[in-house]
Design a protein around this ligand. Sequence first.
Ligand SMILES: [Zn+2]
Length: 241
Amino acid sequence: METGVVDVQPAGPPAAAARLWAGLDGPWQEAFRQAWEALRTGNIAVGACASTADGQIVYAARNRVTDGDGPPGEIFGSSLAHAEMNVLARLPFGHRRDLVLTTTLQPCLQCAGAIRLGPVSTVRFAGHDRYWDGCHDFGKLSAREAQRAQPTRIGPRRDEIGTFATVIFRFSAALISRFRPTLGPGFEQALRPPREDPLTDLVQELEHGGELERLSAMEVNEALGSLWARLQELMEVLPAS
Ligand SMILES: [Zn+2]
């Protein structure tokens, strides 16, 4: 493979990417639009939405950890300001408990706990975040939790959009360093895995080659198409999770 040149295809999204995008239901598309807005605003690129079982969106939100403002009822400017938290914070107490929570990335420990407490019966997530593997099974914590029904989890997705979700999340360190340089150099390290891997290589290549800026000017479905070939290459070498 040629090195040093980032071959993001300029000719428009391939038909396969357009087909995949068109095949996503409304909540999936909205979650990814939210994630893309987070990316464009220098936040961690994760989006989420709550919907009814038949796909009607109830509320959608994005990560706002670096934002100085946000819609009423959402969290911003805090390490707690994750996309899932901002969806759940807007669902009123006593809401019917059969909602589907769709999020672009595997929920973290905080969000898994909030989902467990929220009116959610099913969680769908696209990207794998190995950092939080195993941090959702509250049935192990106590006899009471073991007896309760835990939300059904569906994910990670094994397709290109699942890989896309993980890749765009990994842009976050560079975005935050660029948008909010006062957060300090330790932040990028905190979001990086401790070792090099093909995912890190791709993310760094796109960042350093200037492609991230070009991608962020696109709509999210266009960016998916632009990265399609690279995502497929990555899927071949990433370990199954
Ligand atoms: Zn979270």
